[in-house]
Design a protein. Sequence first.
Length: 333
Amino acid sequence: MTTPEVVADAHSTDVMFSKGNWFHEKLEDGLIISYEIVQEYHRAKSAFQEVEVVETKPFGRCLITDRLMQSSLKDEKVYHESLIQPAMFAHPCPKKVFIGGGGEGASLREVLRHKEVEECVMVDIDGAVVDMCKEFLPDWSAGTFDDKRAKLIIDDAKGQLESFPDGYFDIIILDLSDPLDGGPCYQLYTTSFYETCKAKLNDGGVFVTQSGCGGIADAEKCFTCVHSTLKQVFPQVWGYTVHVPSFTSEWGFNLAVKTAGTVNAVSSAYIAELDARMAARELGDMEWYDSISHCRMFSLGKPIRKMLESETRVMTVENPLFMTDSTSGINRA
């Protein structure tokens, strides 16, 4: 029997959703998050995905693809600094960098803050998304598409990376959509592609990839499996997470090195010198990343550590893992 309090709450919710414009994103069975839309700037369907740019009340301007939240003004720097900067500082002098994905241009922005970088190749399969982000999310790229060091290629990241000589890059960054059934990039989370990445790195090379949800309720959907898969290819792999409010979860990343012993991202000695290394590169103030934030990201909770230790699944082209299908996610009220 429904109590009067629940009836009242349900009625209030119905009234709330009847006013304004809402998106509802299904996170898992029994759990949905709703965003109130203040303004819709752009909606289109590219050759690969549905794309929207909207203004939300809680998170400001947001990029949504296939009805799934991808990036928000309120916390995109938390996400992008966390993805890019640990890898950039793990290398003593990164000159050649490859970015797979990253259509908003924010990963490119973070890479090109480093004056040592001579060339950054960014490959995104969806040119429509890149153009839309340039027009409607200009703060994300902050003009870096026009930087002479940036080389933007609209193509398949796998094919483009394969075209470079072995040992060409100092750092490879994968800022891809999650591996979705029917999505454009699930094969870029497999052992065969990670073997390609390893071959294209030089001996001191560093690799990093976004790896999906990393909280205690959802880390096993993708994060732990990516970690396990990378361990089949690279000699040292570190999983780390950061809270991204617009993603409603801790978000997972995995950092790896081609040659064991070149860096230890969790050692006290490395962390102790990190702020000095950052100051020497003269990047200016960052919104999120410094040595203390680095410690927080790489200090995983006990349940997550146990999940990583016990994970045995390995993602291959023949046996991929899908977080969900590309038709689920945000739907208009």
